[in-house]
Design a protein around this ligand. Structure first.
Ligand code: UT7
Length: 326
């Protein structure tokens, strides 16, 4: 029998575009206010990519930081997965452009599309592939230029999103005891396509031959998010045999501070154990979980041996969670 493997997370990194757009600057252009945005979402600002700055540029910048922190030469990468809903082009996959920008010509690179849950999907796919022997070292990146999908006249959506990228390096190593082992201990992804009309883009290659703009029934999405996130977090904990009280840090998708608070409450976890970046980054879709992870690792909150619950919910609907020992 072949040896059981675990995907260790050996480095992370992130990148944010230079340009910052504050609530105040938005309120000068559209019918909204700093007070409304902060009170209803917790968002204070978001980063916006420059014209000509592509999703693959953001992704490559985050990947370079993650590789440097992991002490891994890019040539060791066997697999690149980019989770994105804002690819550079309709094809080729943005991941192949990251591969080229990193100077690589071997291994496999492809995108996954699960909107805001994309990073959890990408991590689950990469973990499954590594444990099945499809390579030893993987880059999983969440990267978005989500601002390109916004209708700047629709105040119910345009204030909510931002651009950015985050990345992790995974390496397959011999698995130890799940109670103490480091790496991806369990993960679970879900989808339910019946909810398409709650959160979608009103355009596409096959439907309209345009890019389209994001549309959302915010209140309904909010309600489903709290339910689905609490249930998938419990499911992932059960899979690995842990309890909510074992979790040191929740690293959630950053859509709305009130969702983070409601989910934490359902799990009887104090909000102090939740990494919150929505105030500075807004909702960066597939990038938000690895961005939040990198912030909390870089500022020293997340320490080696900590138990992390990563979770996200997005259009589709899609949702998922992953339990990682750092
Ligand atoms: O990333 C994928 C997952 N996405 C999410 O999880 C998003 C989930 N949803 C949410 O975060 C919240 O539902 C929103 C932040 C989108 C909206 O907050 P809400 O508390 O659900 O507000 P609402 O949609 O019920 O709107 C309340 C009021 C409305 O006015 P009326 O109809 O009560 O007069 C809106 O027109 O707030 C108004 N409104 C605004 N006012 C000022 C909506 N957007 C704005 C705005 N500025 N930007």
């Amino acid at each position: 029998m072949s040896m059981a493997l675990r995907s260790r997370v050996i480095g992370c990194g992130s990148y944010l575009p230079r340009r910052v757009l504050t609530n105040g600057a938005l309120a000068a252009e559209i019918d909204t206010s700093d007070e409304w945005i902060i009170e209803r979402t917790g968002i204070r600002q978001r980063h916006i990519a420059d014209d000509g700055e592509l999703t693959s540029d953001l992704a490559t910048a985050a990947a370079r930081v993650a590789l440097a922190r992991a002490g891994v030469d890019a040539r060791e990468i066997d697999l690149i997965i980019v989770a994105t809903t804002t690819p550079d082009d309709t094809f080729p996959a943005t991941a192949t452009q990251v591969q080229a920008k990193l100077g690589l010509d071997r291994g496999a690179a492809f995108d996954v599309q699960a909107v805001c849950s994309g990073f959890i999907y990408g991590l689950t796919v990469a973990d499954s592939m590594l444990r099945a022997g499809h390579g030893k070292t993987a880059l999983v990146i969440g990267a978005e230029t989500f601002s390109r999908l916004l209708d700047w006249e629709d105040r119910t959506t345009c204030v909510l999103f931002g651009d950015g990228a985050g990345a992790v390096v995974l390496r397959a190593e011999a698995a130890g005891d799940i109670r103490t082992d480091r790496g991806v201990l369990a993960s679970k992804i879900h989808s339910d396509g019946r909810y398409r009309d709650m959160l979608y883009v009103d355009g596409g290659v096959s439907s309209t031959r345009t890019i389209g703009h994001v549309r959302m029934k915010g209140r309904e999405v909010f309600r489903h998010a709290v339910e689905n996130l609490a249930s998938v977090v419990q499911e992932v904990l059960d899979l690995a045999g842990f309890a909510p009280s074992d979790v040191d840090w929740v690293v959630p998708h950053q859509a709305n501070r009130r969702i983070l608070e409601a989910t934490a409450k359902k799990l009887h976890l104090p909000i102090e154990r939740v990494v919150v970046t929505v105030d500075r980054h807004a909702n960066t879709s597939a990038a938000s979980v690895p961005l939040a992870l990198d912030v909390a690792v870089s500022d020293g909150r997340i320490k080696p041996g900590d138990l992390l619950m990563l979770e996200a919910m997005g259009g589709g609907f899609t949702w998922g969670g992953a339990l990682v020992r750092w």
